[in-house]
Design a protein around this ligand. Structure first.
Ligand SMILES: [Fe+2]
Ligand SMILES: [Fe+2]
Length: 463
């Protein structure tokens, strides 16, 4: 039996219509506070779709947050792109909370002004809006209390896709109602009885990727460990999700001994613009490989996508640091507010924040290492590591760790490297001074993962 099915997964395209404004102070503040792009999304999606259309993949699957924030104009433009792609490849999508503007705050930008008079698509209408990209080819469908649907579709005679809508579980969180869960369990049991493999796609995370301190809250489904175990015990071995905008592969094994591996796809329109290619092997394993979008055309100019998206991500942090270090009071408040960091409250601490921001922007690693070694009597950072990396600026390390958050620590620095010793040494200083603090311990665990990476994130990987 030759399954040899090739699938391409994308997530969080967040298509933004340029008709909502792409210039002016209000737009700049919004765009500068986001890891992913806004004005450039159309160009990035076009480049990715063109590349995929020419590839040998058998189907394209998109894991939700298709539009910027549920605006009708964004959905219409995005759907046109899907129709174009579907001339070459079958496309399956699920939609998610950003596709019906669940916070009720749609926006357009004009000069200094933000306006909310933007028409959105309601959750009841999304199923029909995207019916040509999954639901109409499904052999079974489950309708939630929101009027959204989950569906089951045969990708070929051996493999079934479960496209799940997990926006609300009816108990105030994302996930599934009991009735919804029963439908999933029955669908998977029927597929297994026929010897078929089920691949599941939903928007919110079943597994807290990187660390539960980062993605364990609202980023994952409510009670994510219970839900993930139940999905694993139902017989789902592979889950593809979006939402966190972070590329990461992780797995759990339920107490009953069933393993579920989850690929968190990452946003196409932010660094590292992952295009996740999956081959279904004959033994029901999957080979997962990642193609990073290399270029797109913007304003008739070729753009190096990786460089552009990296700089967009760096700028998100730099704008805050520069606003704090050199901006006036108004700039300080605006830039922190744009990141939802409560500028009005933080401005009371403007002087110490200014000093820290200046140090982070201009200071060298050796100064930071010497300070922490002075405080910890030399316990924090290995002296050889200080010597080999000391002339690098602190802000460069901040940028690199930030890249790791979104690319699954693609550039690994293992524990015996000077880089690992310097970065983790500085970060773990508070835990040397304050023993047995749970949060500090978790921060150490996070920085270890972000610097050293994990085997599952070395692509191609077989899961
Ligand atoms: Fe998203
Ligand atoms: Fe989301």
């Amino acid at each position: 039996m030759n399954k040899n099915l090739k699938l391409t997964f994308l997530a969080d395209t967040h298509h933004y219509s340029q008709t909502l404004g792409i210039t002016g102070k209000a737009y700049e503040l919004r765009s500068g506070s986001d890891q992913k792009c806004l004005a450039e999304t159309g160009a990035i999606i076009d480049a990715a779709f063109e590349k995929i259309a020419k590839s040998d993949t058998d189907a394209v699957l998109i894991a939700g947050d298709l539009s910027n924030d549920g605006e009708l104009v964004c959905h219409k433009e995005f759907r046109e792109k899907l129709y174009e792609l579907q001339k070459s490849k079958p496309v399956y999508v699920i939609y998610a909370t950003h596709d019906w503007c669940c916070d009720g705050n749609p926006r357009r930008f004009d000069g200094d002004k933000v306006s909310n008079d933007v028409e959105t698509v309601s959750h009841e209408n999304l199923r029909d809006f995207y019916r040509d990209f999954g639901p109409d080819r499904a052999f079974d469908e489950f309708t939630t209390h929101l009027g959204t649907t989950s569906y089951a579709v045969n990708l070929n005679e051996h493999v079934i896709l479960l496209g799940l809508n997990d926006d609300q579980n009816g108990r105030g969180g994302s996930g599934f109602s009991e009735e919804h869960f029963k439908w999933i369990e029955k669908t998977v049991a029927d597929a297994k009885a026929q010897g078929k493999l089920v691949i599941s796609m939903q928007h919110h995370l079943l597994i807290a990727h990187i660390h539960k301190l980062i993605t364990g809250g609202g980023t994952s489904v409510q009670d994510n460990e219970i839900v993930a175990n139940r999905m694993a015990d139902a017989g789902i071995r592979y889950s593809f999700v979006g939402h966190s905008h972070m590329l990461d592969t992780a797995k759990i094994t339920s107490p009953a001994g069933n393993t579920l591996t989850e690929v968190n796809i990452g946003s196409l329109c932010g660094y590292p613009a992952p295009i996740v290619n999956v081959t279904v092997n004959d033994d029901d394993t999957l080979t997962v490989d990642v193609d990073y979008l290399d270029s797109f055309t913007y304003n008739n100019q070729p753009v190096d996508a990786q460089q552009y998206l990296k700089e967009h991500l760096y700028a998100m942090v730099d704008r805050i640091l520069e606003g704090a270090a050199y901006g006036d009071k108004q700039t300080f408040i605006e830039r922190f507010d744009a990141m939802q960091l409560k500028g009005e409250k933080l401005v009371k601490f403007r002087i110490p924040i200014k000093l820290v921001a200046k140090f982070l922007l201009n200071g060298k690693a050796k100064t930071a290492c010497r300070i922490v070694n002075l405080i910890t009597l030399g316990k924090a950072v290995d002296k050889k590591a200080v010597k080999s990396l000391g002339n690098k600026k602190i802000v460069d390390f901040i940028h690199e760790v930030l890249l790791s958050v979104f690319d699954g620590a693609r550039y690994r620095h293992l524990p015996d490297s000077d880089y690992y010793k310097a970065v983790t040494g500085v970060i773990r200083t508070p835990s040397i001074l304050v023993k047995d603090n749970k949060i500090l311990k978790q921060i150490n665990e996070i920085i270890h993962i972000l610097v050293a990476g994990t085997e599952l994130n070395v692509y191609p990987t077989v899961i």
